[in-house]
Each structure stands twice: as C-alpha cells, then as structure tokens.
Design a protein. Structure first.
Ligand code: NAD
Length: 323
C-alpha cells in the first residue's frame, strides 16, 4: 500500500508483540512506518516480512526527527530511561507515546528526561501470552480499548496525533489520567496475574488436579502463561497501586476462609462477586463526541467521560477546527 502523506509517520521502538502489531497496523493504514529493535533476530524477521526495521537506534531516531514522526515506545519498563535519554538527545521535538502497561512511573521517567510536553501516554488493552515479532498481528487492536492519557501536561496537538494512530489501529480510545489508569490496571490486570500464579501453584501441589482440570482452571490460570519477565515488569512497576488491590483480595479471601473454618456460609463473598460480575457485564459504553480538544477544562472533561464508560471512536473536534 502506498504511504498516506497526510498522516504522521510512525517510528516504533521495540518490535515485539505490541510494537510489531503497531508497526503492521500503521502500515496497513497506509502510513510511512519504520521500527527499531534491539535484537537482530526481530529486525531480520520484520524485514523478511517486508517492513522497514533496524537495530540502529540512533539511525531510527535521527530519521524520526527528520520526518517529524510519532515515536511509539513498545519495550518493557526497565530499559525506558535509556531510550528516553536517546530520544531527548536525538528527537526531542517528535510527538511521543508508549504502550507500557503502567502509566504513572512512565510519566515520571518522561518528566525526568525533559520530554513531558511532547508525551501522551498510551496503553492498548489487548495482547496474547506470546511475545516477539512473530506474535504480532495487524488486527490485534481491532475493537480493543486503548487508554490515552489526559494528564495535566498533555498537549492538544500531540493528543490528536496519538488518538489518530489509535483509531488507525482499529481501537477505541479510553481517556484516563495516569494515576487512575494505574489503580484500574492493578485490579483488572495485575491482580489477576498474581491470582492466576497462586491458583496454578496451588493446583500443582495436588496430584490428580491437572488430570481433572477443565474450563475453570484454564480460564483462571490463562495469564500465568505470560512470560515471567513481563509479569514482573508490570506488577513490580505498579506496586504502589497493586498493594491496596492485593490487600483487598486477601481480606475477602481471609473472610471466606474464616467463614469456612467456622462452618459459616461464604454467601456474602459469592453474592457480592456475582453482583459485581453482573455489573461488569452490563457496564454502559457511550461514545465521546462533544469534547473539544484544547478547550478550557478538556482534559478533566475527557477523564470524567472515560471514568463513566465513554470511548472515543472517531477524531474529536480541536479548538482550531471548531472555530
Ligand atoms: P515483547 O517481549 O513481545 O517485546 C518486547 C520488546 O522490547 C522486544 O522488541 C525487545 O527486543 C524489546 N526490549 C526488551 N528489553 C529491551 C532493552 N533493554 N532495550 C531495548 N529493547 C528491549 O513484549 P510486548 O508484549 O510487546 O510488550 C511491550 C510493552 O507493551 C511492554 O511495556 C508491555 O507492558 C506492554 N504491553 C504488553 C501487553 C501484552 O499483553 N503483552 C499488552 C499491552 C501492553
């Protein structure tokens, strides 16, 4: 497909499951897109599939600066400070986003690197337990929520640029502040990882368990199949928000344990759990259309709309275009 010259080019750093999927999806949307990956294996595989990729970080960033590309960081949390320092050195004017599954710690690193005014954080809520370039898929994000940050420092033009990429990937954007994202991610993503690991370990100690295991066990332990280093990066990177979530789950389980050992009913937890799950299944999704990006209070308005279940399915009006 020919490049769409009206679209911002995209430079993806990290061509694993997520970055490789962004590269494929952005290319399928007609964008000029190129990527950097640390390992030659990933680069060779991407090039063999017809994509423009390199192991030369400095070369990729110099090219991004010349093209005014949107830089998408798709590596785990630990190497981020090193990458950000290189971006600050070689491409400080480029709009910048990321796919990291924690947002508060990333924002702190971005601020420390002096890149806050060019940065709008992101987190696609899609994935598989596989990793690396071969695991990527141009359709991975289709229909999935993709968090876009609306922190105080977010610039309207960079926000619109990042939103455009999210929509090109086929996702719906969910606006959220980084701190609220991390509290939510702790309960819907990071706590499930710990519960899945604990469940798998508990069953592994019981001789006949794996022989009998079916749907409940498979569903409850699915995410324990994720590469351990990714789980560690996610959970340890969000420890501050994960602790209260874990405390709450332990409190609920301890209550159930106490009830069982006293021959009391566990109905309270089971009924509350069933009601909460029913609320989740009926959670309303509405489309955010009226917020004008750049107008007074636009970030707070979007954060409130995201909290209430709102999603962005198409480009929002901007202050300039609405005049
Ligand atoms: P992955 O293992 O498939 O890919 C990771 C990429 O990071 C690879 O290209 C690897 O070469 C690169 N990398 C690792 N260490 C590096 C270093 N020190 N320097 C430079 N590059 C390095 O992982 P992924 O699933 O694509 O995850 C990438 C990011 O996306 C992570 O921050 C993860 O939290 C986030 N994320 C993952 C999922 C998921 O379900 N897997 C979902 C949403 C967001």
């Amino acid at each position: 497909m020919a490049d769409d010259t009206t679209k911002t080019p995209v430079c993806v750093l990290g061509l694993g499951l997520i970055g490789g999927s962004v590269l494929r999806a952005a290319a399928a949307a007609g964008r000029e897109v190129f990527g950097y990956n640390r390992s030659a294996d990933g680069v060779n595989a991407a090039v063999a599939d017809g994509f423009d990729a390199t192991t030369d970080l400095q070369g990729a960033l110099t090219r991004a600066a010349a093209a005014g590309a949107l830089i998408v960081i798709a590596v785990p949390l630990p190497p981020l400070p090193t990458l950000l320092a290189e971006i600050a050195r070689l491409a400080p004017q480029c709009p910048l986003t990321d796919a990291t599954s924690v947002k508060g710690p990333v924002l702190e690193m971005v601020v420390a690197a002096g890149l806050a005014d060019r940065f709008v954080g992101g987190h696609p809520m899609a994935g598989t337990v596989h990793s690396g370039w071969p695991a990527g898929d141009a359709t991975l994000f289709v229909g999935a929520p993709w968090v876009i940050s609306v922190d105080d420092q977010v610039d309207p033009a960079v926000f619109a640029t990042v939103l455009d990429l999210i929509l090109d990937c086929g996702s719906v954007a969910v606006p959220a502040r980084s701190d609220e994202h991390d509290a939510a991610a702790a309960v819907i993503s990071h706590l499930p990882h710990l519960l899945a690991e604990a469940l798998a370990v508990t069953a592994a100690d019981v001789p006949l368990a794996f022989g009998l295991a079916a749907g409940s066990f498979r569903d409850g332990t699915r995410v324990a199949g994720t590469a351990p280093e990714l789980v560690l990066a996610m959970c340890e990177g969000n420890w501050l928000r994960l602790l209260p979530a874990l405390d709450r789950a332990i409190e609920l389980l301890s209550g159930a344990r106490d009830a069982l050992s006293a021959s009391d009913s566990i109905a309270e937890l089971v009924n509350q759990g069933h009601a909460a799950r029913t609320r989740y299944e009926n959670f309303p999704r509405s489309e955010i259309i009226a917020v004008v990006v750049g107008a007074d209070g636009w970030r707070a308005e979007l954060a409130a709309a995201g909290r209430a279940g709102g999603v962005i399915r198409a480009a929002l009006p901007t202050l300039d275009s609405s005049r």
